[in-house]
Design a protein around this ligand. Sequence first.
Ligand code: ZN
Length: 371
Amino acid sequence: MSTVIQGRIVTDTGLIDDGVVVVEGADITDVRPTGRLRTIHKRASWVLPGFVDIHVHGGGGHTFTTGDPEAARAAAAFHAKHGTTTMLASLVTAAPEILLAATTAYQPLIDDGTLAGLHFEGPYLSAARCGAQNPAYLRDPDPAELERLLAIGGVRMVTIAPELPGAVDAIRLLVDRGVVAAIGHTDATYEQTLAGIQAGATVGTHVCNAMRPVHHRDPGPIVALLDANEVICEQVADGVHLHDGMLRHNVRSAGAARIALVTDAMSAAGMADGSYELGGQPVTVHDGVARLLGDGSIAGSTLTMDAALRRAVQSGVSVADAARMAATTPALALGLERIGVLAAGAQADLVLLDDELRVVDVLRRGKPVAE
Ligand SMILES: [Zn+2]
């Protein structure tokens, strides 16, 4: 029994203006122009690959950062309704025992596919660019601690500041173990950033945010990451983390094949303004902008990936490129196969959108995501 979905289809090679995606079980078996086909089961203005969020801390009132598996399932379900069919759970800088306990607690969610793995945003980050990361727990890269965490399994990406003592070796260790090394929360010079990339780093964590800013005589990590062909650069497209003009510039500079939209969402995504927390620090959300109560640092976002896609399009990116940035490129950043593309043989993860790019339906592994 197959399901035929019709609409404007974003494929890995371009756009089919009037096409169908044929789903059988958990897989896509065909993507082609509609032609004379009569049996259509679902229709939408746009049919995009399911979104892939490689940097997200929570949503819908639930957080990944405390290591509570039920909260993590609820956060994943919240984002699935907004089109994210594959996600990492991003943990923030914390005491070693919290990172160990959370990594252990999330193994069943990784095994059953709720999560594609874990992302450690810290603790090996720059105190000067810590943003909302708790400075009390920042530390220099510790290979023994890293080995203990990696031994549990499921760690897919680790963000590191490459200028810290031992950071280049830590990046090498991660890459050796098949873990993506990301550069972020960094005060590195251009040259120190290049050393991290040479050691194997392939992702830039929310590029522009929590980084030494660009100066024409001191271009720093932003220019180094955007210019490196082997690096995929995360962008938080909420109009708060980045000016729309900066987002557009970065997309033009690196290309949609090297820009990954991320939400960096915290628990308040999809919730009312009010008081929340991130990694044990109090956060106030006002007009949808999350800030640390203490110093007012931006503390993650309240984005969902469909909203990020709309913001990117509003800033001048084509729908096809925005879809690539929300699905194809982040899947590539993690080396995931059969994910993030609408093509025969791919996993049947689809987002159906109306003319305003609002989500009308989501399929994950061929099954509708429950309301
Ligand atoms: Zn984050």
